[in-house]
Design a protein around this ligand. Structure first.
Ligand SMILES: NC(=O)c1ccc[n+]([C@@H]2O[C@H](COP(=O)([O-])OP(=O)(O)OC[C@H]3O[C@@H](n4cnc5c(N)ncnc54)[C@H](OP(=O)(O)O)[C@@H]3O)[C@@H](O)[C@H]2O)c1
Length: 250
């Protein structure tokens, strides 16, 4: 099983939600796991609980990422850190766009730049990129978020071409709604947020995503799971929305 071929992993956005669940899951497999995020207390608690190595760092700190990736030859890279700003694009502010591009896309590109060449030269590695159904489908969200996640989707497929001929696997995990604190982080930690996004819904939880990632990594080395869309059973992407300009719908 390829888990035994891999020794080291880097997980970004490891202080909560899917990232923390992936850290726990990879530690169960006995990997040396480096957990990266900005929240010191959460990361230190996770390190105490799991034995992962905490890196209190912003993913936009390219010098920090460069130093870390020069120190450790990572076999697994999980690009999970992500943010959203709830404002629709027609009301977007300059720093909304910069933040989403910096965290959701630029950091992922730089980490792949820093890590994938080593994987290729060692003929061993697995990159897992967390996109979103926002990168695949159109709906009323924040178009900058959709754009960054669509870029992650394309990058994931493109990396397979860049690593062609080597045993470097790339998996895009494309979640629909998952019951994490992302909604509190994006919309505010309130009863309204909980009622709007979580309460009463039957949703996958972070551990379900971590298990799916573990399945992709545990697959025989000849098997690359390129794309996995994971939504609630009760969530269907798509639809047909038509409006009359003189009677616009909300
Ligand atoms: N939950 C969903 O419904 C859903 C659906 C589709 C896609 N996704 C994607 O799944 C991924 C994980 O989301 P989640 O639901 O687990 O959300 P979450 O609980 O809000 O976790 C986001 C993580 O990203 C980290 N992060 C944010 N900005 C960072 C920065 N500048 N530098 C380093 N780390 C940073 C946060 O840590 P710090 O704040 O401590 O830095 C946190 O650990 C994201 O890419 C998200 O877009 C989520």
């Amino acid at each position: 099983m390829p888990f035994s071929d891999y020794k080291t992993a880097l997980v970004t956005g490891a202080s909560s939600g899917m990232g923390a669940a992936v850290v726990r899951r990879l530690r169960q497999e006995g990997l040396q796991v480096h957990a990266l995020a900005r929240s010191k207390d959460s990361l230190e608690a996770l390190a105490k609980e799991t034995g992962c190595i905490a890196h209190v760092m912003d993913v936009t700190d390219i010098a920090g990422l460069t130093a870390l990736t020069q120190q450790v030859p990572f076999d697994i890279l999980v690009n999970n850190a992500g943010v959203d700003r709830p404002r629709p694009f027609l009301k977007a502010q300059e720093d909304d766009i910069d933040l989403l591009v910096d965290v959701n896309l630029r950091a992922v590109l730089h980490l792949c730049r820093l890590v994938v060449p080593g994987m290729v030269s060692r003929d061993r590695g697995h990159v897992v990129n967390i996109s979103s159904i926002a990168g695949a489908y159109n709906f009323g969200g924040n178009s900058t978020y959709h754009a960054t996640k669509a870029a992650i989707s394309m990058l994931s497929r493109q990396l397979r071409i860049d690593a062609f001929g080597k045993r470097v696997r790339v998996t895009e995990i494309c979640p629909g709604r998952v019951a994490t604190d992302i909604f509190a982080h994006v919309h505010g930690d309130s009863k309204e947020t909980y009622e709007r996004f979580i309460e009463g819904f039957e949703l996958p939880v972070a551990e379900d995503i971590a298990d799916a990632i573990a399945f992709c990594i545990a697959a025989p080395i000849a098997v690359n799971v390129g794309h996995m869309e994971i939504t609630p059973t009760m969530q269907v992407p798509g639809g047909l929305q038509t409006t009359r300009p003189e009677r616009p719908q909300a």
